[in-house]
Design a protein around this ligand. Structure first.
Ligand code: IMP
Length: 438
């Protein structure tokens, strides 16, 4: 059996979706196991991106699993599936774990109010998908709604009659705190926040009707099952399974800079923990972008505000796939890559973004040797994709090879499995077969 975990090495948005699109023809199953609608995985094919649904949906031969560690909002998942179907993708092979935790309307309101209530240094700049409050309730246990509850109206009603009054009380408390603090001052035209402040108490029975309806609707598009035996049997059959990580290492709930992190684990160890597949993954593939980007608040030592930043933004369309927010852009951060290697123990890496750096007027790597110290690197001309695909690594411009070498040096000389030469999945230089038996 060969299982490959695809893990973001930086702050997310490294190009995991496109790497999976590149590996897709060889894969039999793709499993999402963490995060939720906060992630946006671009395939590299115009207009095709995934939020909650695994990127394997791109290929009709792949079995796709939304595993137990994913959290999601049912109307969002229904709308995402509708988007894929309207593009001609089919959901016959889509499975949703009955153990997934469900984002409810009160989570969405509470996430906004918690952010509004927080002093600036505690504002996270979340994607507003309420992943945090949903996972808080999962860990808190008593207020956790699982997908299987959506299929049992009596159970759902019983739970919501207990939970909803408590959420209403919490919402009221935050509304009062925020109103007191802002003392009539406007909210800079943030309509979502305004709405959260005006939200009326939720009705448990009405919510039961609505969410039971979503459960039935989801069943029309996917199989709601215990996904553990399905993944286990696929691994036992010796098929190729990809575990599709969401976000990146530096957003890990424990190892990122708190509180500017997401609420799930994002490091490679999360595969077993939240996917329910045991500890063993045959190949941990880190996806590393040739420069840094970050969305949301929190420290970013190499952030730039200059012409180079604008150029990278333009070439690589650096805005959030989920939120449309502008991504912050900076030079490659070498110490961060070293830490990423320690936290994930990558067996190999996929490098993304060499094409983006081609022809830049300047190129630097932050080495952190002393205060704000950078190594200057030479840039290379635009990549001739077809000739590099034919000629292999040796056909990469020498300066680009030097850059790749520098990246791996900071990561304990990790081998390079593949290099993205462009944005489209066909534009790939494959150096090692990640599915090869070891
Ligand atoms: P949350 O996951 O929505 O709670 O957001 C927490 C932090 O993680 C914020 O800084 C978000 O911008 C960031 N974040 C969450 N998901 C992604 C992603 O898929 N790519 C990049 N950043 C993300």
């Amino acid at each position: 059996m060969t299982s490959v975990a695809v893990i973001g090495a930086q702050w997310g948005d490294e190009g995991k979706g496109s790497v999976i699109a590149r590996l897709g023809p060889q894969a039999d199953m793709v499993v999402r196991y963490n995060g939720g609608g906060n992630s946006g995985h671009k395939s590299g094919i115009e207009g095709v991106y995934f939020n909650i649904v695994p990127s394997g949906l791109l290929y009709p031969h792949i079995q796709n699993v939304i595993g137990p560690g994913v959290v999601y909002s049912p109307p969002e998942l229904i709308s995402e599936v509708g988007r894929h179907i309207s593009r001609g993708l089919n959901t016959d092979n889509l499975h949703l774990s009955e153990d997934t935790s469900v984002t409810m309307p009160y989570h969405l309101v509470l996430e906004l109010l918690e952010e509004l209530d927080a002093p600036p240094e505690f504002q996270i700049g979340t994607t507003r998908k309420a992943i945090g409050p949903t996972i808080q309730d999962f860990h808190g246990r008593r207020h956790d709604i699982r997908t299987r509850d959506l299929l049992n109206k009596d159970e759902l009603a019983m739970k919501l009659r207990y939970i909803v009054p408590r959420k209403n009380a919490q919402i009221k408390m935050y509304q009062e705190l925020v109103e007191q603090a802002r003392n009539g001052k406007p909210l800079n035209g943030d309509e979502q926040m305004e709405k959260a402040l005006e939200t009326k108490p939720f009705d448990a029975d009405q919510m039961t009707e609505e969410y039971y309806g979503y459960g039935r609707r989801l069943q029309e598009f996917m199989r709601i099952v215990d996904t553990v035996p399905i993944v286990y049997d696929t691994l036992r059959r010796d098929d190729n399974v990809i575990f599709e990580g969401a976000q990146g290492t530096m957003l890990d709930v424990r190892f990122g800079v708190s509180p500017y992190v997401t609420s799930s684990p994002t490091i490679s160890a999360a595969v077993g923990l939240t996917g329910g597949v045991g500890m063993k993954v045959d190949h941990v593939l880190g996806v590393v972008k040739t420069y840094s980007t970050r969305v949301g608040n929190g420290p970013m030592e190499t952030e730039m505000h200059n012409e180079t930043e604008r150029r990278i933004r333009e070439v690589a369309d650096e805005k959030g796939t989920t939120t449309g927010r502008q991504r912050r852009i900076g030079w490659l951060h070498a110490p961060l890559l070293g830490r990423s290697q320690q936290l994930n123990r990558f067996d190999g890496i996929a490098i993304v973004g060499l094409n983006v750096l081609a022809g830049l007027p300047e190129l630097k790597i932050y080495t952190g040797d002393s205060e704000m110290s950078y190594d200057s690197m030479d840039t290379w001309p635009e990549l001739d994709i077809e000739s590099i695909k034919r000629g292999g690594y040796a056909a990469l411009p020498k300066k680009a090879q030097d850059y790749v070498m520098a990246m791996t040096t900071f990561m304990d000389d990790v081998p390079v499995d593949m290099i993205a030469l462009g944005f489209h999945p066909d534009e790939t230089l494959v150096l090692r077969d990640v599915f090869a038996k070891k």
